[in-house]
Write a protein that binds this ligand. Sequence first.
Ligand SMILES: [Zn+2]
Length: 76
Amino acid sequence: MLIAQGGRCAICEQPEIARGKSGAPKRLAIDHCHSTGALRGLLCQGCNTGIGLLADDVDRLINAVLYLQRWKGEGH
Ligand SMILES: [Zn+2]
């Protein structure tokens, strides 16, 4: 799957930037569905933590997108 995603995060499409204690780049996290345990994809630490903080709640994430889009292009 890492190869299928080109070593990039399934959400932000960037390679992992976080580094471990040794200074070596971390591997993308393997994301599992919390209810079924099914493998969902590989995520960088930031995205994995982000969706986790929003409780993997699709409605909440969509609302977060809509919220952020409201402020786009308004010259802030
Ligand atoms: Zn990411």
